[in-house]
Design a protein around this ligand. Structure first.
Ligand SMILES: O=C(O)CCC(=O)C(=O)O
Ligand SMILES: [Fe+2]
Length: 345
């Protein structure tokens, strides 16, 4: 599913777009004390569905190549003419819903038996977010069986000195959390779903949300069955390279993908990496669906914006702080979370 960036495909249109939008820093002299600054990029070709929606509501006019499907009692859903099966629902989630799913993504979703990128090194880790909030330290208790346990900071450091065992702070691990999997667990080493791994069902409220939004992209008369989900966590400079999600049995069913936190650039290519991709903004609360032909289209996230001007999460930050979650607000100020929900069989 996930293809490592390959130097030899440097020449493809997809790779060129990734390079165009990726974060690079201005080259500073070794001796300057100035903060390194991101290189400016040309954003003029990006599709901005927020603006498209505003203009459409005001004038009823759409840019060339964009179509709209208007559900009777919900907001418009946009399509791109040359990418059938792709749907964009701007602002699909309310601020309250965004806060809820950010909190779940950081607290319950990474809990065992769900797996995360940390499993391979530390085994299952419970209560990562709370431990980070409490400045705890993960200590390797048992070298032979690779068992790790959280301790209060002082106790952890004492253990490290006394037994010279390995330690890592929970806040560093939270920063380095890159993915967790819900429902059927995806085995990244085999690049497939491993139904033998213990797992919980996807939470009801998330299933319901996915079903509601998936409906527009479903074959007539069928209901979406959420069976697996991948939660991606992005910090500054993190990217998701161009890939296809091809491990699910039936590509007529959509992938429902929700964006939370900092704004990102999403690239939707074609069936070949030679096809020039459409570049678009993804903001907190947007949902995209990829079904049918669009399931065969390369896509990826070359950039997230964490600066105040571009991240566009002021309202979200205030709402999270208001709900008493300043640690959540601190996290999301420099992060993006994507939850994508799949029917596997
Ligand atoms: O982060 C995103 O918006 C896309 C995620 C994605 O494509 C994936 O996890 O397969
Ligand atoms: Fe994907």
């Amino acid at each position: 599913m996930y293809e490592p960036a390959n130097v030899s495909d440097d020449a493809t249109a997809f790779r060129r777009a990734e390079k165009k939008y990726k974060l690079y820093y201005e080259q500073l002299s070794k001796f300057t004390r100035k903060k390194k600054l991101p290189k400016p990029i040309d954003l003029s070709e990006l599709l901005d569905f927020d603006l498209i929606l505003q203009d459409f509501n005001k004038t009823g006019v759409l840019p060339d190549g964009i179509r709209v499907i208007e559900a009777v009692d919900s907001s418009p859903v946009f399509c791109i003419e040359d990418r059938p099966g792709f749907y964009f629902i701007p602002g699909a989630l309310s601020l309250e819903e965004q806060c809820k799913w950010i909190k779940e993504s950081l607290t319950t979703f990474p809990q065992p038996p769900n797996r995360t990128n940390h499993n391979a090194i530390y085994g299952p880790i419970a209560d990562l977010f709370d431990s980070a909030k409490e400045d705890k330290v993960l200590v390797q208790e048992d070298l032979t069986n690779n068992i790790w346990k959280f301790y209060e900071e002082e106790e952890g450091i004492a253990k490290e000195k006394e037994r010279s065992c390995k330690t890592v702070s929970a806040s560093v691990l939270l920063r380095k959390l890159r993915w967790s999997t819900l429902g059927l667990q995806f085995d990244w080493s085999k690049r497939n779903y491993d139904v033998s791994l213990p797992h919980n069902d996807i939470p009801d409220a998330l299933c319901q949300l996915a079903k509601t939004h998936a409906a527009i992209a479903m074959p007539a008369g069928e209901e979406f069955r959420p069976e697996g989900a991948i939660v991606n966590y992005f910090g500054l400079g993190d990217t998701l390279g161009g890939h296809l999600d091809d491990m699910e049995a039936d590509w007529s069913k959509p992938i429902v993908s929700m964006s939370l936190g900092c704004k990102a650039i999403f690239l939707l290519g074609g069936k070949s990496k030679e096809d020039p991709p459409h570049a678009m903004y993804l903001r907190s609360g947007d949902i995209v669906l990829m079904a049918g032909d669009a399931r065969e289209c390369y896509h990826g996230v070359p950039r997230i914006f964490t600066d105040e001007e571009n991240a566009e999460i002021g309202a979200l930050e205030s709402e999270l702080s208001r709900e008493g979650g300043s640690y959540f607000a601190e996290y999301i100020k420099t992060s993006r979370i994507n939850i994508n929900i799949r029917q596997v069989f």
